[in-house]
Design a protein. Structure first.
Length: 614
């Protein structure tokens, strides 16, 4: 029955404990055997998610508690994956807002909560990590209330219930100093305050597909909530979309419900429950599965537009094809267009070149996760520097995306942070003194100004700065922002880097390669200490003679090279440079590999002049 079902999404800022809380709910509802070995953050099943400690893809699970079936969706906490959050909110009736008892309301909390309140979802607030040193649970509750008021919550939403917990230890309660050794307070609050789903199971079938999964055996699987009616296995249905008139007939060959971490086959699933449907070829997000007697497509949630784009290009370096399995433009095209079928906040467009595709996403992290996923799937390609997507208003004025940036930093580094952000066109909006000598700085900053800043912040604050940002709005163009102030060290010939060549080069800047590493002409092998590109020969070998002199043949002392991550490479490159991505290596290179061609390109650009791209 509907009144025994609860559908809830868990939303929070990055690292506030969403996935850990779901772990405890699964454990304490009996999903795992008593002696079963279960890894921490079991819902983060993706390798990249586990490595980075973030949730990228929303995931469905279900637990049974005291005769109630609670469908839970673990959502991403990062603004770059907001497209995931927006569409899964269509499947639930309530949201469990998780807030860190020390950090309080962070930007991502505001971003996701606003979406939930606009859709009329019932909130439950869990103040997590109350056992953390410096925790201030009552102050955080006041912050949450202020945030609800600021976001225009209605009177019912303002009467939100509050639970205090430490998800890591599996304890919860209704007062921070009166916690019980279980999650009963969380379960009971969900059951008592989140409404049962509406919908008549005797009405014609209607299911809005909110997310897509894939299985090697049954193909595409559409997941969504049954708004009304009952889905019955092997019954015929009509698939339609609110955006166009095309309808197609399909057979519901397999139905699944969620039980713990597994999908379990079912003969029928009734209104209010979350169902996974297999057997419909080409099923897409936003489509509605209807009974043939009542073809009524449901409107789909508006997804915010992408703000950053980059080019994905077929790899043309001398090492192309050595390390990857999928290297052609057809491979690249098929993989990118397959991605947008499930990643609704990403766009892929063709370009004038058949070997390049423009990919647009919600931020650098959004795009870098796709790049990392593809290289692990044996794809080999090159990507350009990320660029923000500009617009023009009705008067023809140039607009650019502005982000709200929040930085928590010790007070002694505050001046440095403000100075650096000032050069990036950031405007200080608010300054809040936190406890333990730290300060929270809130800025409005162009998306352009954020590119490359994360690593700079860590350097300036010796690893103590924490930043997060969310898209705010498109505002008038703020002017030019100074780019990287140092040039590149470029290999002058192909070969193998050796100690002698690297030793003679290291005085010119920081190196990125080690002795014995293959390099090619035009590859970036280091960062120059001056604001210019310099061509260097890291493959140069010492001239061999039969003469020896005292002291001249001592071991060469090399400075350890700087190893850059994928994100750092994307932040480092300029417009005339590319990042070459293969399953085994990440290299940086010039678009034009030869020095003569680079000089010609520079002269042509000077003659044409450079305009702001839109």
């Amino acid at each position: 029955m509907n009144d025994k079902i609860r559908n809830i999404a868990i939303i929070a800022h990055v690292d506030h404990g969403k996935t850990t809380l779901v772990d405890q709910l699964l454990r304490q509802s009996g999903v795992f055997r008593a002696n079963e070995q279960v890894q921490d953050r079991v819902m983060d099943s993706n390798d990249i998610e586990r490595e980075r400690g973030i949730t990228i893809l929303s995931k469905n699970t279900a637990v049974n508690y005291n005769g109630y079936r609670i469908n839970i969706v673990d959502t991403p906490g990062h603004a770059d994956f907001g497209g995931e959050v927006e569409r899964i909110l269509k499947m639930v009736d309530g949201v469990l807002l998780l807030v860190d008892a020390f950090e309080g309301c962070m930007p991502q909390t505001r971003f996701v909560l606003r979406k939930a309140l606009e859709l009329g979802k019932t909130p439950v607030v869990v103040i997590n990590k109350v056992d953390r040193s410096g925790a201030r649970p009552y102050e955080v509750v006041d912050e949450v209330l202020s945030l609800f008021i600021e976001l225009g919550a209605n009177d019912e939403q303002l009467e939100f219930p509050i639970v205090y917990a430490s998800a890591r230890d599996g304890v919860s309660g209704f007062e921070p100093d009166e916690l019980e050794p279980n999650m009963k307070a969380v379960f009971d609050t969900i059951i008592n305050h989140v409404p049962a789903p509406a919908g008549d199971e005797d009405s014609p079938l209607q299911v809005l597909i909110s997310t897509i999964d894939y299985d090697d055996y049954v193909g595409r699987i559409g997941i969504g909530r049954i708004e009304r009616g009952t889905a019955v296995r092997n019954r015929t249905a009509i698939v339609c979309c609110a955006d166009h008139e095309e309808h197609r007939e399909a057979k519901l060959s397999r139905l699944y419900r969620f039980e713990g971490l597994k999908r379990v086959e079912a003969e029928s699933v009734s209104a209010g429950d979350i169902v996974a449907i297999a057997g419909i070829s080409g099923i897409a997000i936003g489509e509605t599965v209807c009974d043939p007697s009542a073809v009524e497509p449901l409107p789909f949630v508006h997804i915010d537009e992408p703000t950053v784009s980059m080019d994905f290009i077929v790899n043309t370096s001398p090492f192309a094809g050595r390390e990857g399995k999928y290297v052609t433009s057809r491979n690249l095209r098929d993989r990118l267009f397959k991605e947008v079928e499930t990643n609704v906040s990403m766009r892929v467009d063709t370009t004038a070149s058949t070997d390049a595709f423009k990919v647009s996403g919600r931020g650098e992290l959004h795009l870098s996760i796709l790049i990392e996923t593809m290289r692990r799937q044996d794809y080999e390609f090159a990507v350009s520097r990320p660029k923000v997507i500009m617009k023009r208003d009705s008067q023809g004025h140039l607009l650019e995306p502005i982000e709200e940036l929040t930085i928590d930093v010790p007070q002694e580094y505050m001046g440095t942070v403000m100075e650096k952000l000032g050069t990036r066109r950031a405007v200080l909006v608010n300054m809040i003194n936190e406890n333990e000598g730290s300060v929270r700085l809130i800025f409005d900053i162009p998306s352009r100004g954020l590119m490359g800043y994360r690593s700079e912040l860590l350097t300036d604050t010796r690893g103590n700065g924490v930043m997060s940002h969310i898209f705010k709005d498109y505002e008038p163009y703020t002017g030019e922002i100074a780019e990287r102030t140092r040039g590149s060290l470029i290999a002058s010939e192909s070969g193998e880097a050796n100690s002698y060549g690297l030793f003679n080069t290291q005085d010119r800047g920081r190196l990125f390669v080690v002795p014995g590493e293959p390099v090619y002409e035009g590859q970036i092998v280091g960062e120059c200490s001056r604001n210019e590109d310099i061509t260097v020969n890291v493959c140069k070998k010492k001239h061999v003679t039969n003469m020896r002199a005292s002291g001249s043949d001592e071991a060469l002392r090399l400075t350890p090279p700087l190893v850059l991550s994928l994100e750092q490479c994307l932040e480092f490159i300029r417009d005339d440079e590319l990042v070459e991505v293969t399953p085994k290596n990440i290299r940086m290179r010039k678009r034009s590999l030869t020095k003569d061609q680079r000089i010609k390109d520079f002269n042509r650009k000077q003659a044409q002049g450079s305009d702001v791209e839109i």
